[in-house]
Design a protein around this ligand. Structure first.
Ligand SMILES: NC(=O)c1ccc[n+]([C@@H]2O[C@H](COP(=O)([O-])OP(=O)(O)OC[C@H]3O[C@@H](n4cnc5c(N)ncnc54)[C@H](OP(=O)(O)O)[C@@H]3O)[C@@H](O)[C@H]2O)c1
Length: 375
């Protein structure tokens, strides 16, 4: 297992190898975020969600990760359930190669993963139900009464178990950012007060992991939770979540990162004032800034759907000659976004998408002008 974690000097060294990207503003420090404030993170991160759970895709992802590291990406995102643990393992094999060759060092990289969904181990077993029961229920790892929809759990015993597996899959001692995956899933079945009790228990467990240096910080990676209106069943209140972390561990708590989709079709993190601090309504991006939380965005391309047929004015606004570049430029140029994640299992997509990293970020007036243009 590779020891270490992202460090200020390591990420600065990574950045210094890409002077033109650095000059263009591709690396940024989340200065408002305790523990991460001195790290340089790339504005584009590689995501590993989509694709078949097969060997061909494993190899493609490993190559894509190596290419991303070569072209200036130092943020890597996964989840234990992505491609049945195979995405984490593909990253693990890319890291093994890159770290053993000395091309990069562990301290240069921000490696993020998630736990929450029950998953198989590489392939779908002959009897899937039996596998879950034997592996997770009968062993007490996932308490039956905390399992939602037969597939989501954020109980402490489950998070500890999954984290241990993720560390092995990735081949690293310390995970830089460890998320509870789509916690809002629990709200489909449990009342809000029970949900927050479970979240508190999860945060206690993750504070223990941070104390053991198996993770640096933790957070919540979401799909609907931070985009919905306050009266929605799945809504997540960031202020309340931060106050739970503070109750659990005081000011030095490690709840420091969130993830949510943000793209040209799902812009709620900026457009919706669904969050509030001290009763004052504000957007998720503004609230995260005030609360000292680092924002990683997902699905910059709406899972590939924004790579064709965007209106011409979008490309013009961002001075991009492809729809994919314009969509990535939109996500990474939003004030308050540290890293925009783009799923890429193909080396050629990494190469094409990283071209935009050499371009200056969109000017705030142009970026906001897009919202007027689309009305
Ligand atoms: N709830 C959550 O926590 C959550 C939810 C969704 C996503 N995420 C994270 O965010 C990452 C990004 O989101 P995503 O992967 O769902 O969606 P995405 O980044 O919007 O799109 C990824 C898809 O776009 C394709 N693509 C990439 N560049 C392209 C290009 N230049 N031209 C055409 N197609 C291109 C990829 O193909 P190839 O694979 O063939 O390169 C892949 O199929 C995920 O991988 C995951 O790490 C988290």
């Amino acid at each position: 297992m590779h020891v270490g974690h992202a460090s200020p000097s390591g990420t600065a060294r990574f950045r210094s190898r890409f002077p033109s990207l650095a000059e263009a503003g591709h690396f940024r420090k989340p200065e408002h975020v305790r523990y991460l404030s001195e790290l340089w993170l790339s504005s584009i991160g590689i995501g590993t969600y989509l694709g078949e759970p097969d060997t061909v895709t494993d190899e493609r992802y490993s190559e894509a990760v190596l290419e991303a590291l070569r072209l200036g990406v130092n943020v890597i995102d996964s989840a234990i359930n992505y491609r049945l643990q195979r995405s984490e393992r593909s990253i693990g094999s890319a890291l093994k190669q890159a770290l053993s060759s000395g091309d990069v060092q562990r301290e240069e990289l921000v490696i993020c993963t998630k736990a929450g969904y029950l998953t198989y181990d590489g392939t779908v077993p002959a009897d899937p139900r039996r596998y879950f029961i034997e592996e997770y229920i009968d062993t007490g790892v996932a308490p039956r009464d905390q399992l939602v929809g037969g597939m989501h759990c954020m109980a402490p015993s489950y998070l500890h178990n999954q984290l241990e597996r993720s560390r092995r899959n990735l081949g690293i001692e310390t995970i830089d950012v460890f998320y509870i995956h789509n916690p809002e899933q629990q709200l489909a079945e449990v009342p809000r007060d029970v949900f927050y009790k479970r979240l508190r228990q999860a945060f206690i467990a993750l504070e223990e992991e941070a104390a053991n240096d198996t993770i640096r910080v933790y957070g919540t990676a979401t799909w609907n939770g931070f985009r919905q209106n306050r009266d929605s069943g799945e809504f997540l209140d960031l202020e309340r979540m931060v106050s739970i972390a503070s109750e659990v561990a005081g000011e030095l708590h490690h709840f420091r990162a969130i993830q949510l989709p943000f793209n040209l079709a799902l812009p709620e993190a900026f457009t919706s004032d669904n969050q509030a601090i001290g009763g004052k309504p504000m957007s998720l991006l503004a609230a995260a800034q005030e609360l000292g939380i680092c924002v990683f965005t997902s699905a910059a391309l709406l899972q590939g759907r924004l790579t064709a047929r965007l209106p011409e004015f979008v490309r013009e606004t961002f001075h991009c000659d492809s729809d994919a570049s314009a969509a990535i430029q939109f996500a990474r140029s939003a004030a308050g976004v540290t890293t925009a994640l783009v799923g890429m299992s193909r080396r050629e997509h990494v190469q094409g998408n990283l071209e935009v990293a050499g371009q200056p970020l969109a000017k705030p007036a142009d970026w906001q002008g897009l919202f007027q243009a689309s009305r």
